[in-house]
Design a protein around this ligand. Structure first.
Ligand code: HEC
Ligand code: HEC
Length: 264
């Protein structure tokens, strides 16, 4: 332990997760990240985490980002106490509806990636995020069914594949394909179930990472391989950022054609 007691206060040094005792206004720049990504993960039961995540979605209306994050880190807090129980979990409410209603990244995916980032820096984490996000792009949701514990809508729900990690695409496409309104109990229930699905998958990935069994299983979409053969760092068009499936937005399908003209 590198901390030294001076005048009765613990001087900061090597105690990530503990109080830093520098007097207000005297902290050195960036001193608060001297041990980045240093929390230790635990193996969790994916099924148990899925239930917690589903309930977390409904808890005070905190939504998908909170649900997944609590379904992972909250479970460590319940089982192991500190430092996990020190996290201000409600912070993840920001992920609701794709970050404060903007329908950008699916908040459930934000919750999963954020949990990973407590334990792993980007070199370790990025492949884990890739596996989680690719799985999300390619999977028909929702899978989880809470049965009689359903809080929004009981019974089976129709599924769709988003081909995108974006809340906007994921939700709008599901509503289009099913004819169910975005503001409906069914749609909320769908997202609560996806919150459970993402927490379960995120924990399976974390468990595999901890036992050394983690591999990226989900394949890169054809579009990303093909378009990326020219659009990418060091290629003839070095201007494109990102790893998302290009097809939903650049395929010229009826969904992405001009809706400003000759449109009902
Ligand atoms: C054989 C190489 C090649 C492939 C494959 C390729 N592009 Fe391009 N693309 C280019 C070049 C070169 C430009 C123009 C240069 C620039 O803007 O950097 C371009 C321009 C674009 C533009 C700018 C607007 C336009 O239409 O000119 C978009 C959008 C685009 N590409 C998307 C895609 C997508 C999506 C794919 C996969 C379906 C793809 N490209 C595959 C080479 C390619
Ligand atoms: C979520 C939708 C979405 C996805 C996914 C997506 N793009 Fe785009 N992309 C856009 C939009 C919107 C623009 C800005 C278009 C404009 O300039 O008006 C853009 C811009 C571009 C441009 C710059 C040229 C231009 O027309 O502005 C290229 C090149 C491009 N995208 C290629 C790709 C490739 C390759 C992929 C897959 C690796 C991809 N995009 C994934 C929506 C998307």
């Amino acid at each position: 332990m590198a901390g030294a007691v001076a005048g009765g206060t613990l001087v900061a040094g090597g105690m990530t997760g503990q109080a830093h005792a520098a007097a207000p206004g005297t902290a050195a720049r960036f001193q608060f990240e001297e041990q980045p990504f240093s929390w230790q993960p635990h193996i969790l039961d994916p099924e148990e985490c899925a239930v917690a995540a589903y309930d977390g979605y409904w808890h005070k209306g905190f939504g998908c980002g909170y649900g997944v994050f609590y379904g992972i880190v909250g479970m460590m807090a319940e089982k192991y106490g500190a430092p996990y129980n020190q996290f201000p979990f409600s912070m993840l409410e920001v992920g609701k509806s794709g970050i404060s209603g903007w329908a950008t990244i699916c908040g459930a995916l934000l919750g999963g990636a954020s949990a990973y980032a407590l334990f792993w820096g980007r070199k370790e984490r990025d492949p884990m995020v890739t596996e989680l996000y690719r799985w999300y792009e390619q999977t028909a949701f929702p899978i989880y069914n809470p049965g009689t514990a359903a809080k929004g809508f009981a019974g089976d729900l129709p599924t769709s594949i988003a081909h995108s990690p974006l809340c906007h695409v994921s939700v709008s496409k599901w509503c289009y394909e099913t004819g169910i309104a975005e503001k409906s109990k069914e749609r909320s229930e769908r997202c609560a179930r996806i919150t459970a699905d993402v927490a379960k998958k995120a924990v399976e990935i974390m468990n595999a990472k901890q036992t050394g069994a983690f591999v990226v299983e989900h394949k890169t979409p054809e579009s990303v391989e093909y378009c990326g053969s020219c659009h990418g760092a060091g290629k003839e068009s070095p201007i494109v950022k990102g790893k998302m499936d290009c097809a939903p937005c650049h395929s010229g399908s009826e969904h992405t054609q001009d809706k400003y003209n000759n449109h009902p």
